[in-house]
Write a protein of this length. Structure first.
Lengths: 381, 378
């Protein structure tokens, strides 16, 4: 069997010198020998790796088991001869393998994000009770400060404040709570109520405006107090921080395109609490109402009104207070079931009027339809 | 200057070395877009493989004495290194910052409260330290994945020791209002160069900060003048604004400022360009001193960098990055490589056959810390 021999240059990978060699293309590999004919190395085809050709078009090869040894061959005819025996060295690895890698990486990162999205809420629920309430109080203080900067609390009406405080105390009468709870009404263009870390509860003017009786106010307040007692706001904070950190791991610190991924995932994370947490806050709330002798019919009425309005609207005009909450019909049913006793009114008519007057608009506005995008504020960091 | 390739010397004994970078910017355009597209699809995770491809191209077109460099790193090594560094260093640092701001939240105006300052300062020192450590580790990885004529480069020495040294130098330089810059510059470069090996032989570095102080002091003076000029300009403009808008009060001031916004931006860009121009005088000289202080065996190197050519490189690269929103980053790296290697030469002799394979450190994973701090560009 006749073998072609080609001239090449060989670096043995042990020292930086180079040696002119003869390269023989055998049936199963390349035999590299000195010009005098003694063997230097034998590289089986399936162990050969191709390195980028150099500027002069020399084919540069290495061996998977040959360390950093290099062989460079420029002789005409070598390429054709080698291709016949080892076509895999001449295949354009390009498109197919790159796409496979991209697909794999895409799936991997999607999987990681999915895992994070499902795992972090659970982890946050486990960690939150371990954070001392004093720390949560500090966090809450910085939250409430930045909120009040953006949306000033409404005019301090002594009577209304006292009424809200009394109602809060009445609801918390039998409940132990590690925070000094504060209740404020702010002029935010959204129908919602929030429980911030550290026991700060915020009503928006617009949700107060939708309430038709003090029992409705008490119902929403009790629900938010449920969040406070269970420290759900702390869970939310941990959830958001954890989500941001882990996404940062995935996308790296500073690359521009990673920003959008981070933001997209971040807004997913602000979908506030899971339904399970909302249901727990509901249960707590109903319990508090019962203890305080307030009829839960109020909150059922409010839910029903908001729900009816939603049904009447085309599209997804879900009032924010309902959007993140358990299926409304079930909640209404639950509240109705609890509404057996007549109960005492939550506030006196005078107090109720004072609360309603907080932040009251100068002229009566129509219920806004598209201000529902506003999000609860985040702490300024 | 780089001569033409004067033939290969199979026997191994070389007198002088020639350097060139033969890569072409146009040839990299496709690669840039491929990396962009795949990075988007993979939520940026592809960047590690993209970077590896860019390096393979850059190294493969860096030709020393007729033989190209080989880049032997893998994308997966960069990815794993990054994840490890993130968990080891960045997560603790992030937690520390969060804890500090939990206990001492900034006041409503966003200012830090005094009680938090020592802690914030400590975290910032830790940050600078880790940046320097990361820089060293990244170089170590790159060198260990670079081979020429079948022999690898390596970087020995402790990255943490380097971090301490660099931190002390930076701190001393701050105390001396930047007057220590040439000393710091060459000390940092020197400790990297002296720990760099090709195969089993080390590089040496004999550059002296003394030779840099002339150009440095001139640059320093020019920058001081520039700052004074900017200060005077701002004062003048403010006076003019008051003159035209009458009494400055809280309502008219922002509007008056808004009116001048285009000029303010133009002025800012102008000053920035001036600073780059002035500092490139020192930077080119610093490159030259670093190059000519470098020794390897019987070789001494020379780097023919000059102010105008270096300024052009800086400005044109800046322009490319801004215009392409960073997509052309690999091309700017190619242009930097080309600048260095077309101006690098070496005289003297070296017997390459006496240089054995590297026994230096070969980290298993790459550059995590540098990547985590957004420095892993190339």
């Amino acid at each position: 069997m006749s073998e072609a021999a080609f001239d090449g240059i060989y670096n043995d990978g042990r020292q930086a010198g180079a040696e002119p060699v003869r390269v023989l293309i055998k049936a199963d590999g390349l035999l590299i020998e000195t010009l005098r004919g003694s063997d230097l190395a034998f590289w089986p085809f399936d162990e050969i790796e191709r390195h980028p050709d150099d500027e002069e078009g020399r084919i540069r090869l290495g061996s998977a088991k040959g360390g950093d040894a290099r062989l460079a061959v420029s002789a005409a005819g070598f390429a054709a001869e080698l291709r016949a025996k080892a076509p895999h060295l001449f295949r354009k690895g390009g498109v197919g393998s790159t796409l496979r890698l991209a697909l794999l990486l895409g799936l991997l990162s999607a999987g990681v994000i999915g895992g994070i999205y499902l795992g972090i809420p659970r982890a946050a629920e486990t960690v939150a009770p371990l954070i001392p309430p004093s720390v949560e109080t500090r966090i809450g203080a910085s939250y409430i400060r930045s909120v009040k900067q953006l949306w000033p609390a409404c005019a301090q009406d002594g009577r209304a404040r006292q009424a809200l405080q009394d109602l809060t105390n009445r609801l918390l009468d039998k409940t132990k709570i590690p925070f000094a709870v504060s209740v404020d009404v702010t002029d935010m263009k959204i129908e919602n109520a929030f429980a911030l870390p550290g026991g700060h509860i915020l009503f928006t003017r617009m949700i107060i405006a939708r309430m038709e009786s003090p029992d409705e106010l008490a119902g929403v307040l009790a629900h938010e107090l449920g969040h406070v007692v269970e420290r759900h706001a702390m869970i939310g904070v941990i959830q958001q921080t954890g989500m941001a950190v882990l996404l940062q791991v995935l996308t790296g610190g500073s690359s521009g395109s990673s920003e959008w991924a981070l933001n997209a995932a971040g807004s997913l994370a602000t979908l506030s609490y899971t339904r399970r947490l909302e249901a727990r806050a509901d249960a707590h709330g109903l319990e508090m109402l019962k203890q305080a002798g307030i009829n839960p019919r109020g909150i059922a009425d409010l839910f029903e009104r908001l729900e009816k309005e939603r049904a009447g609207k085309t599209g997804l005009g879900l009032p924010p207070f309902l959007s993140s909450h358990p299926p409304t019909q079930a909640r209404i049913a639950l509240a109705r079931a609890a509404a057996d006793a007549p109960g005492k009114p939550a506030l006196s008519p005078e107090d109720w009027a004072a609360v309603k007057a907080l932040c009251a608009p100068k002229t009566t506005e129509p219920a806004p339809q598209d201000d529902t995008k506003e999000k609860p504020p985040k702490p300024a960091r | 200057m780089s001569g033409d390739q004067d033939g290969r010397r199979p026997a191994g004994s070389a007198s002088g070395l020639s350097f060139s970078q033969t890569g072409r910017s146009v040839a990299m355009i496709g690669l840039c877009f491929k990396i962009l597209l795949l990075s988007i699809v993979t939520l940026t995770v592809y960047r590690f493989w993209g970077r590896t491809q860019v390096r393979r191209y850059l190294w493969g077109h860096t030709v020393i004495d007729g033989e190209p460099l080989d880049y032997l790193g893998k994308g997966s090594e960069l990815l794993i290194g990054f994840v490890i560094a993130f968990i080891l260093y960045l997560v603790p640092l992030g937690i520390a910052i969060n804890v500090i701001f939990t206990f001492w939240p900034p006041d409503p105006a966003g200012r830090l409260v005094p009680a938090s300052l020592p802690w914030v300062f400590a975290v910032e020192i830790g940050f600078v330290y880790l940046v320097m450590v990361g820089l060293y580790q990244a170089l170590r990885y790159r060198f260990s994945r670079t081979a020429w004529r079948g022999v690898r480069f390596s970087l020995t020495g402790s990255a943490f020791g380097f971090g301490v040294k660099a931190l002390l130098l930076i701190f001393a330089n701050l105390l001396l209002l930047g007057l220590l810059t040439p000393v710091m510059d060459l000390a940092i470069f020197g400790s990297i160069a002296r720990n760099t090996h090709f195969g089993d032989k080390p590089f040496r570095f004999e550059g002296k900060a003394r030779s840099l102080y002339g150009p440095f002091l001139l640059t320093y003076l020019l920058i001081l003048l520039l700052l004074a000029g900017v200060g005077a300009g701002i004062a003048y403009l403010t006076n003019m604004t008051v003159g035209m808008g009458g009494q400055i009060n809280e309502k008219t001031a922002p509007e008056a400022l808004l009116q001048y916004l285009p000029f303010i931006i133009m002025g800012y860009v102008f000053v920035l360009l001036l600073v780059i121009a002035v500092t490139s005088f020192y930077a080119a000289r610093s490159l030259r001193v670093k190059g000519s202080g470098l020794r390897f065996e019987g070789l001494s190197f020379k780097l023919d960098a000059h102010t105008l050519s270096y300024l052009w490189l800086l400005l044109s690269n800046l322009f490319l990055i801004i215009v392409t929103v960073g997509v052309a980053l690999p091309i700017t790296e190619l242009r930097r490589f080309r600048y260095i290697f077309s101006r690098l030469s070496a005289e003297g002799t070296v017997d390459l056959s006496q240089i054995g394979q590297s026994t230096g450190p070969r980290p298993r994973f790459g550059e995590g810390l540098a990547e985590a701090f957004g420095m892993g560009n190339v």
